[in-house]
Design a protein around this ligand. Structure first.
Ligand code: ZN
Length: 251
């Protein structure tokens, strides 16, 4: 499986940046996970949007789905030029209702609903199981398995997320590091600090950790340093275009 960072900044993109979006390539499938501001421009460096097999939106906050609207335009143009054009499956939570209904009403997409514990079966042993996270609106972490390796994408998640139900020893765990510890608000926000991400990865015995979803102004070295104070495994930080390949040695 290959995981490519298309966007990792939040809650808005920095210069030439993008808010969260990731390309998952596994078993010949190309799946866009989250579709934030600027993500389509990064995807276009690799493939046309109409070549995606599916889109999965962890939740309907603007930093994770704002490029869905222009993705619709790319599909409309593609449809005009392709006889065998097929609707694009988009998986997402059905709340907040106004965004869900607005996306569902668009042509050329086939909307399906993410639910707690639901497993999306993409064939050839490729599955994605959803777990509700501690966030201000319904948001889902995803455990991705190709039958040999597992990736856990934590999406947006506060510390009260039930991480224990998602298993341990994943090959790659991707966690948000919205705050540096010194900026962590005293009230719950449904987000993690880099230090908290490190603690969660350590408890999960993650083989590697990718930190993402942080302010464009943050110094990435400080983000990594904080997580490494609590996590003893292989710690990486998101950057535009970073590709992580999982399970290569095992074929
Ligand atoms: Zn977010």
């Amino acid at each position: 499986m290959k995981w490519t960072v298309l966007g990792f900044q939040s809650p808005f993109p920095g210069a030439d940046g993008a808010t969260p979006g990731y390309l998952l390539e596994a078993k010949e499938k190309k799946i866009l996970i989250d579709c934030g501001s600027g993500v389509l421009a990064q995807l276009a460096k690799r493939m046309p949007a109409d070549a995606l097999d599916a889109v999965i939106l962890s939740h309907l906050h603007a930093d994770h789905f704002s490029d869905i609207w222009v993705l619709q335009h790319a599909l409309l143009i593609a449809q005009r030029n392709q006889k065998d054009f097929r609707s694009l499956p988009i998986w997402m939570p059905n709340q907040p209702r106004q965004w869900f209904q607005a996306i569902q009403a668009k042509p050329l997409v086939k909307v399906q609903v993410l639910r707690e514990g639901r497993t999306i079966d993409l064939g050839e042993d490729l599955t994605i199981t959803c777990y509700r996270t501690d966030h201000s609106i319904p948001c889902f972490a995803m455990k991705i398995s190709d039958g040999k390796s597992t990736i856990l994408y934590g999406a947006d998640s506060g510390p009260d997320t039930r991480w224990e139900q998602m298993g341990v020893e994943h090959d790659l765990v991707i966690l948000e590091a919205t705050f540096l510890n010194e900026n962590l608000p005293s009230h719950p926000t449904g987000h993690l600090s880099a230090r908290q991400a490190g603690e969660i990865a350590e408890a999960m015995k993650a083989k590697s950790l990718l930190l993402t979803h942080f302010f464009p102004t943050y110094d990435y070295r400080q983000v990594v340093r904080e997580a490494q104070e609590r996590y003893s495994g292989n710690c990486m930080v998101a950057r535009k275009g970073l590709t992580i390949e999982i399970g290569k040695r095992n074929g």
